[in-house]
Ligand binder design. Sequence first.
Ligand code: IPE
Ligand code: IPE
Ligand code: MG
Ligand code: MG
Ligand code: MG
Length: 330
Amino acid sequence: MLNYEKENQVFLNLIEEKITEIIPQKQPEALYSAFNYVMTAGGKRIRPVLTMLACALLTGKPQHAVSAGLAIEIIHNFTLVHDDIMDNSSIRRGRETVHIKWDESTAILTGDMMVGWAYRMLPTSAPRYAELVEELNTALVDVCEGQQFDMEFNSRSDVTIDEYIEMIKLKTSALLRCSVRLGALIGNCSKEQYDALDNFALNLGIAFQIQDDMLDMTADQLKFGKKIGQDIIEGKKSFIILKALELATEEKDIALLQKYMHTKNGLPETYIPQFKEIFDNLNIFEIGQKIIDEYINKANSYIQNIQNSVQNDYYEMLKHFVNSLNKRVY
Ligand code: IPE
Ligand code: IPE
Ligand code: MG
Ligand code: MG
Ligand code: MG
């Protein structure tokens, strides 16, 4: 039987090796330094791991999907570089963000260039190469739509939880879906296997973003690597805000939440403890965790369908991976 932790480390090593292999040291120095800086800052690498797991599930050969996994990891990192400009975030993965360490122009260009590098990582010799390209196209379009909705929600006071879920399906699930689809296509999946993995990732992505919104308030900043309360400062219509608005009954809580809903640019840092208290009193984090568990269960139910068509330990490893994601603290 596979030792899942060990095998996960093997996956991560393959990814890190590939990253060091591909990033050149060349001119313009700032552009390539920023590319290297963002790619080697120690992200969790969940997307390439998912690509490798999806491929491994169908073929037993995770190593066939390292390069494609890197493609989606580069796209992910590109979205983070631009997201940090849009969200005015100054720290990520415990370090200064690219637009702070360099400047906005460098961050925009680094991000743009990374899209080119991502496409370059797709294996041209793969029998289903054209489909891989189309998957990256879809992911890029969807993530931009999601990010635009996210930004537009800032100036809206009437965002609903249903709208929020549709938005995160785009900004977050899109890349997780792309991750498993790439791995599945490299593994020459059937239509049923593709759909099962796709629906799995759609629901996993929803759970993942709700978690991220909760961690924004509850995490240990050192571990999380991002500023705690940043979503409040930026005026994000995050899951915890929308859920609190739905459940609040105290007049003063409703008043503060409504005030927040009507501010386009969020509230100063000094308000964070007040929000934390409202969230705690309403049990928002317990309620949120239950909702996350529901999405995780739904995600797992989809991959159960392909369990019968595969004969290796990677199904259990994937479930183990999902389980550890659900317990994440950063
Ligand atoms: C951050 O993604 C952006 C979200 C979708 C919430 P991750 O939490 O996967 O970031 P890294 O790559 O591990 O830093
Ligand atoms: C992440 O949303 C979505 C993308 C980067 C596409 P967030 O804005 O919540 O991500 P973090 O919290 O900055 O990582
Ligand atoms: Mg954002
Ligand atoms: Mg952000
Ligand atoms: Mg966030």
